[in-house]
Design a protein around this ligand. Structure first.
Ligand code: MIC
Ligand code: SF4
Length: 646
């Protein structure tokens, strides 16, 4: 049988199921990654499972999100994570080493392997011929415990690339072109696989940029073949022996094909405030810009910073622009310096920050009121930057640097000749901030260090026979996890403290949400939320499920759900159901009580459709799109309860 790259990767890891689209499958996970903002919870869960050492080939714990240390809390979390890594056989990447996805690509990504990460941009490693998937922390904890990862076999979309990128366009423009075409929900339930002659025009970090941004289209993951370019990348990283050729078979069949001739691309930008609000830069030119940042897991590789440095040579940053560089990793920073190109950035007036996520998750770098900020980041969801009514545009490093020089949104093609980007054939390695796992005997003696902000997980009650839930909030389409559980410098330090972080659920939409939910919970009444299409898009943060559950939410009734968020809801015993008739959405309002009779029995019996009585009004129908395993988890109250039972 002829197979695509994604099919080869899945087939070689299948634990149960088949390649039949839309059916439940389970795959073996070779590697895991966590980051500090989701990691504390993931390791609390891992501890609760009670396994003496990770069972994966490789697990890495990165600290890259919560780098601001305005009090003891983040620093305590970092110490907890380091002690957990030492105790359980996990690599530890210390604060300042860089962004998990960039570092993983450099140091650990391996063609032919699977990676599960508690961060939605884990697919970045798909640029290196891996099957890399983002998931909630509990799913990653289960994978560290040696359990397979469960998902629905996605459709595989082939993106056939031909031609060559014109000067001053880059991988980001390919991703933006895709976002414009597919929107933020167009790749739900799909894997995006890039193939065709155009693929060889792209370096591994270009591919990683594209795979990274597939997340913003809702894709399960994105994959590239592992070819000669992959081999050279691994060689430059001193890991050529880990290379393995993985190409699609000649007769491989894709479920859909999208064609893109790279030579037709022009510089693009995602306008405020959604990654799919894409327009040509030529149409936006002239809008004044106050801040430009090059960074994030999508665009902070050595290639990107070399380009930026070459472009500013002999020029100065515009006086009204704060031009900021967040290098992806220490390796990137050190190699840039060794090439003599860091100085050029400094000389032109760039603000060089430490390696990490920083402003991408609202940890500093908030823009000024009513000003435009251009960023090479992944997401421009409203308010994510930390400033109300922010105007964040997502752009390539090329557009970023041209605009930083001009003081307004500028078409980089006007900068003149496109710089030659030559990268070393061997990178300088930097492992100063990596701590390797300890041998088992030593590891067992390690004491876990817990600060006062680290609060153990509560118990999760099983589902009652009949469920009554009062609607607390009704929201529209494309609600992001940043709406449900905001991030930023004030809230992120609470990631290991569920009671405290729960106070901020939906705080940007309804500041009284938590109070209302807790008042109902005290009366023994469950809560419900009504959503539109693509409910829960964005981050993998399980706090967006865990915190509502803590507040007593047991039902989410929406038009459709984003993949990771739906999995997180299930993992924490919240019932995700969809309207059988989307028009019923209009008929519901806050205050309505939803009655689910014999819900436990219906789930156990595998019911695909259930009736919901809206108390005192009418009855509507809802779809229950859940696997037998999902149903079991919801009935038991959480995946942890299932893990303990097993
Ligand atoms: C993000 O980009 O939104 C994050 C912060 O990296 C999240 C994870 C988190 O909320 O901790 C993600 O993408 O999964
Ligand atoms: Fe970090 Fe931003 Fe990437 Fe999330 S999207 S991992 S916050 S750099």
């Amino acid at each position: 049988m002829s197979l695509t790259v994604a099919e080869k990767l899945i087939e070689s890891h299948l634990v149960s199921g088949s390649l039949k689209r839309g059916t439940p499958i389970a795959i073996k996970i070779d590697q895991t990654l966590t980051q500090d903002a989701t990691g504390t919870m993931a390791y609390l869960e891992f501890e609760a499972i009670g396994i003496p050492r990770v069972k994966t080939e490789l697990s890495v714990s990165y600290v890259d999100h919560n780098l601001l240390q305005t009090d003891f809390r983040n620093a305590d979390d970092h110490r907890y994570l380091q002690s957990i890594a030492a105790r359980y056989g996990i690599w530890f990447s210390r604060p300042g080493n860089g962004i998990c996805h960039q570092l993983h690509l450099e140091c650990f990504a391996r063609p032919g392997k699977t990676l599960l990460g508690s961060d939605s941009h884990t697919p970045t490693a798909g640029g290196c011929g891996m099957l890399a998937i983002g998931a909630g922390g509990l799913d990653v904890a289960m994978a560290m415990a040696g359990r397979p990862f469960h998902l629905i076999m996605p459709k595989i979309v082939g993106i056939y690339l031909t031609g060559k990128l014109p000067p001053w366009t880059s991988a980001r423009d390919i991703a933006l072109w895709m976002l414009r075409k597919l929107t933020v929900k167009g790749a739900l339930g799909k894997i995006l696989e890039y193939f065709g002659p155009g693929v060889k025009e792209l370096s591994v970090t270009d591919r990683a940029t594209i795979a990274n941004l597939g997340t913003e289209m809702g894709a399960t993951t994105s994959v590239f073949p592992s070819d000669e370019i992959t081999r050279l990348w691994l060689k430059a990283q001193g890991r050529e022996h880990e290379w393995k050729k993985i190409l699609p078979d000649k007769e491989a069949e894709y479920d859909e094909i999208i064609e893109l001739d790279l030579s037709t691309l022009e510089p693009l930008a995602a306008c405020p405030s959604s990654p799919d609000n894409v327009k040509p830069v030529a149409e936006l030119e002239g809008r004044p810009v106050a801040q430009v940042i090059v960074g994030s897991c999508a665009n902070s590789s050595l290639r990107d910073l070399v380009l930026v440095s070459q472009a500013v040579r002999g020029r100065k940053i515009h006086k009204d622009v704060s031009f900021e560089i967040n290098p992806g990793s220490l390796q990137v920073l050190e190699n840039l310096d060794a090439l003599g190109l860091l100085q050029g950035l400094i000389h032109a007036g760039a603000r060089i920050h430490q390696c990490g996520c920083l402003g991408c998750i609202g940890m500093g770098q908030a823009p000024a009121t009513d000003t435009i900020s251009l960023r090479t980041f992944t997401r421009n969801f409203p308010g994510r930057s930390g400033t109300k009514n922010d105007q964040v545009y997502l752009v390539s490093p090329e557009v970023a640097v041209a605009s930083a020089l001009a003081g307004h949104i500028a078409d980089p093609r006007k900068l003149g000749a496109y710089p030659e980007i030559e990268l070393p054939s061997h990178f300088i390695m930097n492992n100063a901030l990596f701590v390797p796992p300890l041998p088992e005997e030593e590891a067992q003696k390690v004491q876990i260090i817990r600060g006062p902000n680290i609060v153990p997980l509560p118990e999760f009650e099983p589902l009652p026979e009949d469920l009554e839930a009062q609607v607390i909030l009704k929201v529209g389409d494309n609600i992001t996890t940043d709406h449900i559980m905001p991030a930023g410098a004030k809230i992120l330090p609470l990631r290991s403290n569920l009671p405290a972080i729960s106070q901020y659920v939906f705080s940007s939409i309804d500041p009284e949400f938590a109070q209302k939910a807790l008042a109902l919970k005290e009366k023994g009444v469950a809560g419900a939320v009504i959503g539109g299409e693509n409910y829960g898009q964005g981050s993998s943060r399980e706090h967006a499920a865990l915190a509502p559950r803590y507040l007593g939410i047991r039902v989410k009734l929406a038009k459709s759900f984003a993949r990771i968020h739906k999995a997180n809801l299930i993992n924490f015993g919240i019932l995700p159901v969809t309207f059988a008739d989307p028009k019923d959405y209009e008929k519901l309002s806050p205050g309505d009580t939803l009655v689910f009779r014999d819900i436990k029995q219906a789930l156990n019996n595998g019911a695909q459709e259930i009736e919901i009585e809206i108390k005192g009004k009418r009855t509507i129908k809802a779809h229950v799109d859940l696997t037998p395993r999902d149903r079991k988890i919801i009935v038991l109250g959480s995946l942890l309860n299932l893990a303990r039972e097993e």
